[in-house]
Write a protein that binds this ligand. Structure first.
Ligand code: ARG
Length: 492
């Protein structure tokens, strides 16, 4: 058996069962790119600080290039006995370039290395998710544009409530997705600090330059306890007044130290919380579209390309992608819960338990990306059954609230007008007719305030025309919303 990189004090080799149980290479090899990126920055810093020679640095950098190439070509042999991605790469580098590679881990621990890699990985993942959120927003806005003017029943308690424009409903999802992206980007700001150089937990006595590695890796700053005065002054004068993100940055610099840097995983807790909220939004969209695609609603027609069939019932056409969007939201929430439970009892600083943080994050990211992609594809491949929707609109007295507002405009107190319209609805229910079918005499038998202009307030079209408040489903307001999103999302 090969000696472990940490094997100096050990007299026995680890058992196969322990090796198999403690390994993380089977999943953390996903971090290889970011691990190599971190090592490049670290080696360059060590050389500039005189901790290794420029010659050693060059051999290390060349070796890392070679290893990266081999991994990408599928020629790299990942070894379980080398435990994790960090030691696999370091050991392979030693095999490749010899002595200089043994200097790479100077002033570095796997504890700061792993959370540096992980922050870099998550940062890229956030960017990829935010991009997919935008694609889904574009698909929903396009769907809204295609159906501008289409009135649908709006529901509360899943009971008929008031008429709304379909575009208004679709844009509600667009708003929610915008906040989802915002949460991820906020989380990215807090995440983007560099733990590298915190070493095992305490920092180091070697003259490293954490600002150099942090900058090389695109972080805002190293994670440490205090901003040095020389940096704090220009920071406060020039950066701070600029935006809120910079204020966040300053706060983080003040509160974070090397022990915190290697022991906390709040950055992934926050990330997966944001993913969970996005997943819940997508799940609600899934639920709504599954319902709408049912025979009972019949409002939504998914194209064959986004539907699947039954192995036994020849007639079936199911909206499985959106059912799975709803179903997979459970995984995303589960991933967050796993991480929360993982972290809850850990003493400071690093604990091996933290190795269990990777898989839930990888799963959450893979799942949410799939959910976003398939939701966008579904949105691009559905049509709304206009006839079915039109025929459905009269049921449920969707114009009742508009009628109550009509009476308010005639100076009837709202509570009284609610009661009057309630009695008109009861009459309709007993006669199985619509509010607009009641004659003026019938209406006036309930309240003398009704006049012949009442018919301009009845029916869903009139109801929609009447909405005018800011953010309402009135045509003008919805068209303003559409204009806003078309510009904001750069839709041509
Ligand atoms: N594979 C470990 C992880 O993912 C890396 C850090 C291990 N550190 C240690 N001292 N055992 O957390």
């Amino acid at each position: 058996k090969e000696a472990k990189l940490w094997g100096g004090r050990f007299e026995e080799s680890t058992t196969d069962a322990v090796e198999k149980f403690t390994q993380s290479i089977s999943f953390d090899k996903a971090l290889y790119k970011h691990d190599i990126m971190g090592s490049r920055a670290h080696a360059s810093m060590l050389a500039r600080q005189g901790l290794i020679t420029d010659g050693d640095r060059d051999k290390i950098l060349k070796g890392l290039d070679e290893i990266e190439g081999r991994i990408e070509r599928g020629e790299f042999a990942w070894r379980t006995d080398r435990e994790d991605v960090h030691m696999n790469i370091e050991a392979a580098l030693t095999d490749l370039v010899g002595e200089p590679a043994k200097k790479l881990h100077t002033a570095r621990s796997r504890n700061d290395q792993v959370c540096t890699d992980f922050r870099l990985w998550c940062r890229d993942a956030i960017d990829a998710i935010v991009l997919r959120i935008k694609h889904l927003q574009v698909a929903l806005v396009n769907l809204a544009l295609k159906n501008e003017g289409l009135i649908v029943p709006g529901y509360t308690h899943l009971q008929r409530a008031q008429p709304v424009l379909l575009a208004h409903l679709l844009l509600a999802y667009v708003e929610q997705l915008e906040r989802d992206a915002g949460r991820l980007l906020d989380c990215r700001v807090r995440m983007n600090f560099c733990p590298l150089g915190a070493c095992a937990l305490a920092g180091t006595g070697l003259p490293i330059d954490r600002f150099m590695t942090s900058e090389a890796l695109g972080f805002s700053a190293p994670m440490r306890n205090r901003l040095p005065f020389s940096l704090a002054v220009p920071f406060c004068c020039f950066v701070l007044p600029v935006d809120f993100a910079s204020l966040e940055l300053l706060m983080t610099l003040i509160y974070i130290n090397s022990i915190d840097a290697v022991s906390d995983r709040d950055f992934v807790l926050e990330f997966l919380s944001a993913n969970s909220i996005t997943a819940i939004h997508l799940s609600r969209l899934g639920e709504e579209w599954v319902l709408w695609a049912s025979e009972e609603f019949g409002f939504l027609i998914p194209s064959d390309s986004v539907s699947t069939g039954s192995s036994i019932m020849p007639q079936k056409k199911n909206p499985d992608p959106m059912e799975l969007v709803r179903g997979k939201s459970a995984r995303v929430i589960g991933d967050l819960v796993s991480l929360l439970v993982l972290c809850k009892g850990l003493p400071h600083a690093y604990n091996r338990d933290l190795q269990e943080d990777k898989e839930p994050v990888f799963d959450s990211v893979k799942t949410i990306m799939g959910m976003l992609e398939v939701s966008a594809e579904f949105a691009e491949n559905v049509t709304f059954n206009q006839e079915r929707i039109r025929n459905a609109l009269p049921a449920g007295h969707l114009d009742a609230t508009t009628l109550a507002d009509y009476l308010v405009k005639k100076e009837i107190p709202f509570r009284t007008s609610h009661d009057i319209v309630g009695r008109a609805v009861a009459l309709c229910v007993s006669r199985n007719c619509l509010l607009q079918d009641l004659s003026l005499d019938e209406l006036r038998s309930i309240s003398v305030t009704f006049d012949k202009d009442v018919y301009e307030f009845l029916g869903v079209e009139n109801a929609i025309k009447n909405f005018s408040s800011y953010g309402s489903t009135g045509s003008e307001c919805v068209s303003n919303q559409l204009d806003y999103w078309v510009t904001k999302l750069d839709i041509s």
